[in-house]
Design a protein around this ligand. Structure first.
Ligand code: CP
Length: 336
């Protein structure tokens, strides 16, 4: 049984086949691939795009989506194995996954890190627990990576480059830039952006304020392997001009520095000192007429100026729309 937990579990041709299916579904949205099928969508964190696009996507393919969340009255879950459940949790993940598998044909899981202990968070226990105990395919709806966002991003890039006559993604300069945010955020989208840009043959640059903001070695290694195998590069820089010069793609995201998980006090002054990492017109002028995007939600004029976000270079709406199409393709793929 296949899950959709991380894009690194799939080859580039396998992902491209799903992207091609997503493009067909964009042209012809309705179908019956999920007729009589039910999708459980478990949200342990907030969402606008993921929740809406999965729900509508299941409906458009003839299926039905059930949204579950703690605020919606779900029993508090226990995720650790072998514990004495004398705390708040009323139900173990084993039973939750097992029972949902009897009712549903797919299970989607959103479970962000707790931001207290990265060594624990990086185990991705909730997602992996569902994959272990469910007897139906599980989809990662964002945990410590965000593979559905990756797919939507690549689809939007391929569409945009084709429309602009810029050709394939291979060899394009992709810049993932850290941006300021008042709070330390999940590294999921940053991990994902790095991996998918590498997988699709781009020269990848990670721009971040200091070495503390470099991403988890697991994702750096995956990106390094994929770029290396395709004769491409993976560069880490703290120099804004070096990163933006000649860029074809600028992807903006904020994230908390991994060494400060559990003690964010000393990280805040570093973050506050780098508000100038905002994506603005001056930086975009250094690029090779780059497209720019963000996964959303995004704080305007904190991460990206209005002038850039509202410019024709920005493809954030296309990327958000494509969540619907790629997720339908993923659900179809998993149901075979
Ligand atoms: N990009 C994204 O996943 O959006 P939501 O958090 O609104 O689902």
């Amino acid at each position: 049984m296949k899950h959709f937990l991380n894009t690194c579990d799939y080859t580039r041709p396998e992902l491209q086949a799903m992207l091609d299916e997503a493009k067909r579904l964009k042209d012809s949205p309705m179908g019956d691939a999920l007729k009589g099928k039910t999708v459980a969508l478990l949200f342990l964190n907030n969402s606008l795009r993921t929740r809406t696009s999965f729900d509508i996507g299941a409906h458009q393919l003839g299926g039905y989506a059930v949204v579950l969340s703690p605020s919606g009255g779900m029993w508090p879950l226990e995720f650790e194995d072998g514990v004495v459940m004398d705390g708040d949790a009323e139900e173990h993940i084993a039973e939750a996954a097992g029972v949902l598998s009897r009712y549903c044909d797919l299970i989607g899981v959103r479970a962000f890190p707790k931001f207290v202990n990265w060594e624990e968070d990086r185990k991705d226990k909730i997602l992996n627990g569902f994959a272990k105990y469910a007897s139906v395919p599980v989809i990662n709806m964002e945990t410590i990576t965000h593979p559905c966002q990756e797919m939507a991003h690549i689809m939007a890039l391929q569409e945009r480059f084709e429309k602009q006559g810029k050709g394939e993604l291979d060899g394009k300069k992709f810049v993932l830039t850290w941006t300021y945010h008042p709070k330390p955020l999940n590294t999921a989208v940053a991990n994902s952006a790095l991996m998918i840009a590498a997988k699709f043959g781009m020269d990848v640059t990670l721009l971040c304020p200091t070495p503390d903001y470099v991403l988890d070695q697991r994702y750096m290694d995956i990106a390094k392997k994929d770029t290396g195998e395709q004769g491409r590069s993976l560069t880490v820089t703290h120099d804004i001009e070096e990163a933006y010069s000649g860029a074809d793609v600028v992807y903006a995201k904020s994230w908390g520095a991994l060494p400060f998980f559990g003690n964010w006090e000393p990280e805040k002054p570093i973050r506050d000192a780098h508000k100038h990492f905002i994506v603005d017109e001056k930086k975009m002028a250094m690029t090779n007429d780059a497209v720019v995007s963000h996964c959303l939600p995004m704080r305007r004029n904190v991460k990206m100026t209005d002038a850039v976000f509202d410019s024709p270079a920005c493809m954030a709406y296309d990327e958000a729309e494509n969540r619907l199409h790629v997720q339908k393709a993923i659900m179809k793929h998993l149901l075979g």
